[in-house]
Design a protein around this ligand. Structure first.
Ligand SMILES: O=c1ccn([C@@H]2O[C@H](COP(=O)(O)OP(=O)(O)O[C@H]3O[C@H](CO)[C@@H](O)[C@H](O)[C@H]3O)[C@@H](O)[C@H]2O)c(=O)[nH]1
Ligand SMILES: [Mn+2]
Length: 730
């Protein structure tokens, strides 16, 4: 269906933007800092020519080269940051509701254990209740877990929606996610319908399948009969169930309802399913056969809507006739709920989700981040000028659906496009739809469609449009980050490399994408800086200039400059000092853990030794765990190899700080001049490592550092010290 344009060109704009005032400061800072970096590199080369410990100094030069490169790439985010505003009143004044385009909403879930169906249901209800003509909204739920409990949850949700939607509408609720609404302080109690929904769904999840007595009609019986004894998550036929059809279902007040469709694509062992990208492509096709809305929204199961005006906000851009020909997507920031005060794991990712997209928006648009993004369907079918016709016309974005969504023909077609073999010998995943080949399908797809000539918009309203959940344990945080790292490396080392492929196509924006693609290699400088200067100190070798040498000031200047600027950016986007502090700590921690292990795993998988998969992040909230998280305590608990280098770094920095400090006391400042910067560095790292010492020594709860990890790390540190004693002399 083509998008109707407003009858007349609106005399008033639907949106505007302004360049952020900090842009000038950014550019000034860039020039000064750049000069500093060049001076530092000059100094490095100079030292290297006259030193006897060439290995140490070469490694430090390598580290600084990488840091300089990354800093350089990150400047693309600061060249032209803009902030947009939507002028909703103009839209409402000039475009009539009946001219609004219809919208398909895709919600992905993959595992009923890690992603409780009640959460997914809440997300779905929050968007079904959008302040938008209900007959123009269709919600498609993709269940990669193939779980009866999820289907059952949505059958119950469909019933509950009949009460919930008119209730939201009549009371003009702003918070339309039932769970959040009922737990808000002004409403201490829930309604009987909501309670029934919750109890039934949670019991079903526990049991794995619904009780006979809860299966009320023939239709439901037929649906659950598809779960035959040999049905498994990895091997089952496609299941598509229309749970609400706006053409026939009504709410309790007689009002219209949106469509609600459950989709679990076929799975078998002979076909790769391409994780979330595969799920989204199935939804793209299934929705094309049923509603084929020109605009669709992608959501994760935990990303509920927190503002009923959101679709209209996105329309402020999609209905702008000047933008439309090239506008592929409108990305909202991913914002999270339930963060602890200091956001100890820096799950907020303020730079990734809030600060940097404003910078990319000033170039050609933000990166797509997987959820909270409205797409122009046509953008997934070739470049703005080069439409690619899919293999069957019924999944084409231009086709208009004639029959009603529940009809036999449509269902048959929908099943057909949801089978594994459908994509064989087609362009899905390479030229059509969401792109395969990377675990960060979002980054990859957004980047590739930009390279085709499309643009994106960053829509960053005052009130968060969507809110999501964050991982509560360090191991979950690392698991997520490691998956991202592997996915990014997959793009970096593909033929779509952001410099060789991207730079000629999207210019400066490619530099921003490069910063992300290279994110994983931060592990090199971060690991080297966590060990080399400290080991050198213990062996009495100086790695930085003496404090009396003016060159030492350059180190101080560069460090303070870069982090001061970063802090400023953070505070300007409503960040707090504590959260900033934790973000820089998490950066250092990631360097020796998930970045490092992600790089190793990627290398192994490209050698064919291991295979990386999409490990879904847990969204379950265990009470005891949640309590520790809320108190801001790090959760270790399991003996993961990833904790070993981290613990080693914590130990060695403490030792080298203490040894250095004792040196100053016993031998006097003058004799230690050459080691002062190393002592400061160790002290700084040690201060950051406080939660790790606590977890190793002072804690007795379940989340403490396993003794095994502590002992292994201590042993390895001793070993490293002995080895480097020899090496450092070279
Ligand atoms: O085979 C799969 C695997 C995952 N998912 C869904 O993908 C979403 C994201 O998974 P999650 O475990 O929450 O990953 P995160 O790392 O938290 O997600 C971020 O990173 C992903 C890319 O790695 C993006 O897809 C997400 O949108 C982005 O929020 C969830 O709704 C899952 O149900 C599937 O549908 N099928
Ligand atoms: Mn997630």
């Amino acid at each position: 269906m083509e998008m109707e344009s407003p009858k007349t060109q609106a005399p008033l704009p639907f949106h505007n933007y302004k360049l952020l005032r900090r842009a000038t400061l950014n550019r000034l800072f860039m020039a000064v800092h750049m000069a500093g970096i060049i001076a530092l590199l000059y100094h490095h080369v100079h030292t290297l020519l006259f030193t006897t410990s060439s290995i140490t100094f070469s490694l430090l030069l390598l580290s600084d080269l990488i840091l300089a490169f990354m800093w350089g790439c990150s400047q693309a985010f600061h060249l032209r940051p803009i902030r947009r505003r939507e002028l909703l009143h103009n839209l409402e004044k000039w475009v009539e509701e009946r001219d609004f385009p219809s919208v398909d909403i895709f919600i992905c879930t993959a595992d009923p254990q890690k992603e409780p169906p009640m959460g997914t249901v809440n997300t779905a209800l929050s968007v079904m209740a959008y302040d938008y003509p209900p007959e123009k909204v269709s919600v498609y739920v993709s269940d990669d877990g193939g779980a009866q409990a999820t289907l059952f949850a949505f059958m119950e949700a469909a019933k509950f929606a009949r009460h919930w939607l008119p209730f939201c509408r009549d009371n003009h609720l702003v918070e339309r996610c039932p769970e959040v609404y009922f737990s808000s302080p002004c409403y201490s109690s829930s309604t009987p319908e909501a309670d029934k929904l919750k109890v039934r769904v949670e019991n079903t999840v526990e049991r794995g399948k619904p009780l006979e007595e809860h299966i009320e009609d023939e239709e439901m019986h037929k649906a659950f009969a598809k779960w035959t004894p040999n049905f498994t998550r990895q091997n089952h036929p496609p299941i598509i169930q229309v749970l609400l059809a706006s053409s026939k279902d009504e709410d309790v007040m007689g009002g219209m309802m949106p469509n609600l469709i459950y989709v679990s694509r076929e799975k078998n062992k002979t076909h790769p399913h391409h994780f979330k990208a595969g799920a989204l492509n199935t939804l793209l096709r299934v929705s094309a056969t049923m509603t084929n809305a020109p605009i669709f929204l992608t959501l994760d199961c935990d990303t509920y809507s927190s503002d009923p005006q959101t679709v209209k906000r996105a329309l402020c851009y999609f209905l702008d006739s000047k933008l439309r020909p090239k506008l592929a997507y409108v990305q909202f920031p991913q914002i999270f709920r339930g963060l602890n005060k200091g956001d100890i794991y820096f799950s907020e990712h303020k730079r990734l989700f809030q600060i940097n997209p404003m910078g990319m928006d000033g170039l050609q648009g933000p990166n797509y981040v997987g959820a909270a993004c409205f797409f122009y369907r046509r953008a997934l079918f070739g470049s703005p000028s080069g439409f690619i016709e899919p293999e069957i016309p019924t999944v084409s974005p231009n086709q208009i659906v004639q029959k009603s969504i529940g009809s036999g023909d449509i269902l048959k077609l929908a099943q057909h496009v949801a089978v594994c073999s459908y994509e064989d010998q087609t362009e899905w995943g390479s030229k059509l739809g969401f792109r395969y080949g990377s675990l960060v399908e979002d980054y990859h797809t957004g980047y590739r469609i930009k390279c085709e000539g499309w643009k994106g918009i960053f829509c960053y309203p005052e009130r968060p449009a969507f809110l999501g959940d964050v991982p509560m344990t360090l191991i979950d945080v690392f698991g997520q980050c490691k998956r991202w790292v592997i996915g990014l490396l997959e793009v970096l080392f593909s033929k779509y490399n952001t410099l060789t492929f991207g730079l000629p196509r999207i210019g400066p924006l490619a530099i921003a994408y490069t910063h992300y693609a290279c994110w994983p290699i931060y592990c090199i400088p971060l690991t080297l800086y966590a060990f080399i200067p400290q080991l050198a100190l213990l062996n009495g070798v100086s790695t930085f200039p003496k404090v009396t040498d003016p060159w030492s000031l350059l180190y101080v200047f560069l460090y303070l400059g870069a982090s001061g600027k970063d802090l400023l950016d953070f505070l300007l986007e409503k960040g707090t000092f504590m959260r900033w502090w934790n973000s820089q700590r998490m950066w250092m921690i990631s360097g020796v853990t998930c970045f490092l292990f992600g790089c190793i795993e990627y290398t192994l998988s490209s050698l064919g030794i291991a295979m990386a998969g999409f490990n879904v992040t847990s969204k379950v909230q265990d009470d005891e765990l949640k309590k520790r998280y809320d108190q801001g305590v790090f959760e270790f608990g399991v003996a993961s190899p990833m904790f070993v280098p981290l613990t080693m770094a914590a130990i060695i920095n403490l030792i080298s700080f203490v040894v250095g400090f004792m040196g100053i006391l016993t031998r006097g400042m003058v004799n230690m001049e050459g080691l002062i910067l190393q002592i400061l560095l160790s002290g700084f790292v040690a201060v950051n490592c406080w939660p790790i010492y606590e977890a190793m020594v002072f804690r007795s709860d379940k989340g403490r550092m396993p003794t095994k990890t502590t002992l292994t790390s201590a042993f390895l540190v001793a070993f490293l010290y002995m080895v480097t004693g020899v090496c450092l002399k070279i």
